[in-house]
Design a protein. Structure first.
Length: 146
């Protein structure tokens, strides 16, 4: 199954589920679930209020929207987000999709609730023939698997 959900903590905010903007768009637009202000040089973790269920052999890659840098002087601080299948419903944060945005401009930027800032693209991945799977359990994101 491949599906977006609103996490319990944010259900009261009437968050729209991500969608593709055109028939041939690859990415599902991800938006802020609350207003946020980012000062120049600051990195702020943006909440989406969403989680995603994906097949175990897929990953959701999160990229900044193409207009984010040009129009808002913002980019993803980690360049590309990687959301693994086992992040869904983890006990630490329910699999909340969050994005670290960096303001590389000279002005304060305020993002409104519902402003689209990134896009998620589902990708099937492959493992080596001699891969050894670790039995570690995931409890969160941003470096939680080490």
């Amino acid at each position: 199954m491949r599906k977006f959900y609103v996490i319990e903590k944010y259900k009261h905010l009437n968050i729209e589920l991500p969608k593709r903007q055109t028939k041939h768009s690859a990415g599902y637009d991800l938006a802020t679930c609350e207003e946020v202000t980012i000062k120049p040089g600051e990195i702020v973790l943006i909440n989406t209020g969403l989680k995603v269920q994906i097949p175990k052999d897929e990953v959701l890659l999160v990229f900044p929207r193409s207009s984010l840098g040009i129009k808002r002087s913002l980019t993803l601080a980690n360049n590309v987000g990687v959301i693994d299948a086992d992040y869904f419903d983890n006990p630490n944060n329910e699999g909340h999709i969050m994005m670290p945005l960096l303001n590389f401009g000279k002005e304060v930027v305020t993002l409104e609730k519902g402003e689209r800032v990134a896009q998620g693209i589902f990708i099937k991945y492959f493992k080596t023939d001699d891969d050894i799977e670790e039995e570690n359990e995931r409890f969160g994101g941003f470096g939680s698997s080490d």
